[in-house]
Design a protein around this ligand. Sequence first.
Ligand code: HEC
Length: 109
Amino acid sequence: MKKLAIGLLLAGSMTSAPLVFSAEGLELAKKSGCLACHSIEKKVVGPAWKDVAARYKDEDGIRDKLIAKVKKGGKGNWTEVTKGIPMPPYSPRVKDENIEKLVDFVLAL
Ligand code: HEC
């Protein structure tokens, strides 16, 4: 039931990414604890993931940079949004493989 609700939510809010992948990505984000501070549409503690995707859409090598950021944490890219709160490190709490999937998910928004 929960999965269905998420799927429907995404179907309404997303246009480009395929639904199956998106629902999976969101589920992974939830399991990994990301949604405590992020949502797709709105700033929570961290920036809205749609804003992250929009900011970097033309930037070369951004996938690797964001993977490194999620692994090691960091701050300074969204100070105007977060007032300087840092992004916590997620490696090895979240497997590298899943961090890559999460970054792909965010960049596809
Ligand atoms: C405790 C709160 C918190 C949690 C939990 C969290 N984030 Fe963040 N995240 C932040 C903050 C704050 C920033 C902004 C950092 C900055 O200003 O550079 C951020 C930034 C980001 C960015 C953009 C990085 C950049 O350099 O522009 C991505 C991508 C991201 N988070 C992904 C994730 C993923 C994936 C997870 C789960 C594995 C996660 N976050 C969990 C707080 C959080």
